[in-house]
Design a protein around this ligand. Structure first.
Ligand code: HEC
Length: 281
């Protein structure tokens, strides 16, 4: 396993041109460049199909996945999420009372920049804030009830288009730049960045897996991974997994690093439809 991954990193080091990173481009310019890169690299993929991760570019696994999605394994999780969403807190209030827009159909708004606090707010964080504001204990961030509630909210938002805003506020732009930096920064013993695998080498193979394009990477979360997890997990759990794979220490779920990275990745998915939750092999 290790050998193969090193092979990828060596190939990167010797052969391939790294994507442009350090230029002072606006988020809008970045987005156009990002999209154009993937449209050009995968000209046969319909534009909205990038929401389907690796299945947008790999015909063989696509068929199996479509069968999987016909009887989705996450159905029970969505049902549990709905029940949790509708169960009042001890004080009689509900999630609908405190989440932005009542929660239902709102997945595409997250994460957003909060000008009061100057920070990025994710959906999972909002769910926990709702709880603690109403005297309940916060939930753990990577799996379990929080992933179920998030799955239910995503499910009620399917088809809505991601619409992440970077307001004209230097603090928002700084968060975006931080996320972009995370994306292009090489890390871990294998010295690889997100971009090395999911941009420059998207469509190539690492170990036994084909690397999915980053365009549309967030739209399907939370995700039910059959083999690795056997359950539903949040985006930050997945990011932690990708960092661990290159032998980098994962950042904390809902810590500043992954929140900024989520902000960047979600902005890069603007215009694509919410299709969470999804199943993965
Ligand atoms: C060594 C290569 C490698 C690196 C570096 C890497 N990943 Fe991954 N990542 C993978 C593989 C392999 C998978 C599983 C197959 C796939 O969907 O691409 C994956 C899956 C994912 C998924 C799930 C996609 C889906 O549709 O389910 C996301 C999101 C993701 N990576 C984001 C990132 C981010 C963000 C970074 C940087 C912090 C990163 N990855 C770094 C190899 C990598």
């Amino acid at each position: 396993m290790r050998k193969l991954l090193f092979a990828v990193s060596t190939a990167l080091a010797v052969g391939l041109v790294a994507p442009v990173t350090a230029t002072a481009s606006s988020p809008q310019q970045d987005l156009e460049e990002f999209r154009a890169y993937f449209y050009n690299k995968f000209p046969n993929v319909p534009k909205n199909d990038f929401i389907n991760g690796v299945y947008s570019i790999d015909k063989d696994s696509r068929v199996q996945w479509e069968n999987m999605e016909e009887f989705p394994v996450y159905e029970d999780s969505v049902a549990k999420g709905e029940e949790l969403f509708n169960t009042p807190f001890a004080n009689g209030k509900t999630y609908a009372d405190c989440l932005k827009g009542g929660g239902i159909g709102t997945r595409q708004m997250y994460p957003y920049f909060d000008s009061d606090t100057g920070s990025i707010v994710t959906l999972e964080e909002s769910i926990n804030k709702c709880r603690t504001d109403n005297g309940e204990k916060p939930l753990k961030y990577k799996k379990g009830p929080i992933a179920e509630i998030s799955a239910y909210i995503a499910f009620t938002s399917r088809g809505n288009k991601f619409n992440i805003k970077i307001p004209d506020d230097e603090r928002a732009l700084a968060q975006y730049e931080q996320g972009k930096k995370q994306y292009y920064m090489k890390r871990g013993q294998l010295n690889l960045s997100c971009a090395d695998c999911h941009y420059t080498n998207s469509g190539s193979q690492a170990r036994s897996e084909i690397l999915s394009p980053s365009l549309g990477h967030v739209t399907g979360f939370p995700v039910f991974r059959h083999q690795k997890w056997g359950e539903l997990g949040t985006l930050h759990r997945r990011l932690g997994g990708c960092n661990a794979n290159i032998r980098a220490k994962p950042f904390k779920a809902q810590g500043d690093e992954y929140k900024a990275l989520e902000y960047f990745l979600s902005y890069m998915s603007n215009g694509l439809e919410v299709n969470g939750p999804s199943s993965r092999k």
